[in-house]
Design a protein around this ligand. Structure first.
Ligand SMILES: [Zn+2]
Length: 691
């Protein structure tokens, strides 16, 4: 495909008329080149062509003829060398001014210390004993390495890293990235800027959303979408996709005096290049290691993906003395994070049934080591997701396990696309794998469902949920005990737990005499759990812990909630009209009404103990909690906030006053930062409570 819409070789009289008259052929060639460059710029960068395609081709023909007659006039950067009349089917290869080196890796503190030792040994051999070394620690953005060449302040060429020596010319696409300066003030004769082109996570999410809405395929991850975009032949496509740039190195330069890498970063920032603001200068190796580890911890809270940290010696003279071993510079090292993805065979897709009957697919994998553990099961979310990602059993897939989240299958492995014959698409089973009831898929539902209320799997899931930590928290009723009681037909609904007797339990496996007494005591104690916990334990799909708490404090007791129209429920903080309608329907269900009546009979709390505090230091303030707090459980923190008059919401919005952040905070932190919401840690929260 030609970057030009047409590639007519017929010369256009209009173009000849436009070609400058010049006695001197050298001058004529130069003018033609300038006219073509200007046309290219308007076409590619401004998307505002000033001359017709035919006229452009005419100018190009004229220049080509001139150069054929006077080969000495042909320059390397001549438009004839870059844009052929023949369709350009691939990107031009360009040699880098200086090779773009790769980096040696360190995966452990020990390997990083060894790198320091090797460096010091080498310097000692060079006669430099015990130099004071300064290190610069930068995040390693997971994007595409790019080299930008500026001559006399004008962006002349941008290229991908390629094999390090030869890259691909992607100037036309780089010009569409607004954070890359086209021109720099007070520039030296020549300067090469190196950096990473990437897509931020929120831009990536928005792009995929737009593509999904338009019925187009979505991108696998931000890195792939950035790489795919930058290598497009048509810059208009690149212009539609939001790319960012982060500069990390001054490469070749003429007329620029810099003595340290730190100075180079400051120079770039001062000349309009985006440089990461969290880059740090360290003097001690252990501080460097701590900084790398802190980046690894923070990776989940950033708005862009990083796959490591880069440590560089700041002193450029020392860098030159150290040189490189093969492709690896001795003066820099990449701290690699533990990989969070791996490729493995998807052996089978199996289906769970949730407490409301929804069938959830999950992956049975060939065991694989990822994120520090071996996994053989991973979630596949729902059948819609399965279809969209086109995941098929029997093929290799990419699995992701980041932090403590449940491992998930993100996509087929890239080589799967080359398979001529792929295994058939998986379908949800026609019959429930647990009770053999024919499955159904109501209109508009995301999940295929088992409609059988007596399905043993549905019952088990509901009973497990009821006894769980966030619910009635009944010690001694784990998954296995619940399954056994269910099998023995001693329980079938949560209310049955409260009717269990010592005689029924004694003699059952897993229940010794003392544990029977403890269990019955634990069941009895659970009657004291507050209304909000009971609401959560009921297992209504839309009611999580935070929503249960909001409902409990808003309505005060179950009768008010059961009588409330959907509109009134939608007024509760954090509940939209859609959720309110679903909730209303769930509360009207006969089975739910019967369960509530039976649990009430059993003595559970269906009213709020005291009213939510109406005064206190936090009245009117909205809090969101995220991550693991050092001392308080999330629930305890939420209760403290409420008793001080504050509200707790489940998602960050403009209305949020404070985000309380613990370890592994996730995407809420990035969102809060974007919205300018105050971010506090547990200690600061406790201070607010004390006021
Ligand atoms: Zn079933």
């Amino acid at each position: 495909m030609s970057p030009r819409r047409r590639s007519s070789t017929a010369s256009d009289p209009a173009a000849h008329a436009a070609a400058p008259e010049a006695a001197d052929t050298a001058q004529q060639a130069q003018q033609l080149r300038a006219a073509l460059e200007r046309a290219n710029h308007r076409y590619y960068a401004l998307d505002d062509p000033e001359i017709a395609d035919d006229a452009y081709d005419g100018l190009l023909d004229a220049l080509r003829r001139l150069e054929a007659e006077h080969p000495e006039l042909r320059t390397e950067d001549s438009p004839t060398q870059r844009v052929g009349a023949e369709p350009v089917s691939r990107l031009q290869k360009v040699a880098h001014l200086e090779p773009m080196l790769s980096l040696p890796n360190a995966r452990t503190p020990e390997e990083l210390r060894q790198w320091v030792t090797r460096m010091r040994t080498h310097l000692a051999r060079e006669g430099i004993d015990d130099p004071a070394i300064e290190y610069v620690v930068e995040p390693k953005v997971d994007g595409l390495a790019i080299s930008l060449v500026y001559r006399n302040g004008v962006l002349q060429r941008g290229a991908t890293r390629g094999n390090g020596e030869i890259g691909e010319d992607v100037t036309h696409n780089l010009r569409t990235i607004t954070s890359i300066p086209q021109r720099i003030e007070h520039a030296p004769e020549l300067v090469e800027i190196r950096g990473e082109v990437y897509m931020s996570l929120h831009d990536f999410a928005a792009l995929n959303e737009r593509r999904a809405e338009a019925g187009e395929s979505t991108f696998m991850n931000p890195r792939n979408s950035a790489a795919g975009t930058i290598r497009q032949l048509d810059p208009k496509l690149a212009a539609q996709r939001p790319l960012s740039f982060s500069a990390y190195q001054v490469g070749v330069s003429e007329g620029l005096e810099l003595s340290t890498h730190w100075e180079a970063l400051e120079w770039m920032a001062g000349h309009g290049f985006p440089v990461n603001r969290d880059v740090e200068l360290k003097r001690d190796e252990e501080d460097v290691i701590a900084q790398c580890q802190s980046w690894e911890k923070r990776r989940g809270s950033l708005d862009f993906e990083i796959d490591g940290a880069v440590v560089k010696l700041s002193d450029l003279a020392l860098q030159r003395r150290l040189g490189s071993v093969g492709r690896d510079p001795r003066w820099a090292v990449a701290w690699k994070f533990a990989p969070t993805t791996a490729v493995t065979r998807l052996q089978k897709i199996a289906w769970n049934v949730g407490r409301s009957g929804d069938l959830h697919p999950y992956a049975m994998l060939e065991p694989v080591h990822v994120g520090g553990v071996t996994i053989k099961l991973a979630t596949l979310h729902n059948e819609e997701d399965l279809r969209r990602k086109d995941i098929r059993p029997g093929e290799d897939v990419i699995v992701l396990r980041a932090g403590d989240v449940i491992p998930q299958v993100i996509s087929p492995a890239p080589h799967v696309a080359e398979h001529k014959r792929r295994p058939p698409r998986p379908r949800p089973p026609a019959r429930c794998p647990f009770c053999d009831t024919e499955t159904v898929k109501p209109d508009g539902a995301v999940f295929t469902q088992c409609p059988n209320r007596d399905c043993p799997e549905r019952r088990w899931q509901l009973l497990k949920h009821f006894c769980s930590r966030g619910g009635m928290d009944i010690a001694g009723l784990g998954d296995k005990q619940v399954a056994m009681l269910l099998r023995r037909r001693l329980v079938s609904t949560p209310a049955d737990f409260y009717a269990l007797s010592e005689e029924q339990l004694l003699g059952l496996e897993r229940f010794a005499e003392s544990s029977v007494r403890n269990l019955l005591a634990a069941i009895d104690q659970s009657r004291q759990r507050p209304f909000a916990r009971v609401l959560f334990a009921l297992g209504i799909e839309e009611v999580g812990e935070v929503t249960a708490q909001s409902l409990a404090s808003h309505f005060g007791d179950i009768d008010a909630l059961l009588a409330a129209p959907a509109e009134a429920i939608a007024e509760v903080a954090g509940i939209g009209s859609k959720t309110a309608a679903v909730l209303r329907e769930a509360l009207d269900d006969d089975g739910m009404r019967a369960l509530i009546a039976a649990l009430r009979q059993a003595g559970l709390k269906f009213e709020q103990g005291g009213l939510a505090a109406t005064d206190g230091p936090l009245v009117g303030k909205v809090f969101v909690l995220t991550g693991t707090l050092p001392k308080l459980s999330r629930e305890q923190a939420a209760e403290r906030v409420r008793s001080a008059g504050g509200r707790v919401s489940s998602s960050v919005s403009q209305k949020t006053d404070y985000l309380v952040v613990g370890d592994s905070p996730g995407s809420k932190l990035a969102k809060a930062e974007r919205l300018g919401v105050a971010v506090v840690d547990e200690a600061q929260l406790l201070a607010l409570l004390d006021h």
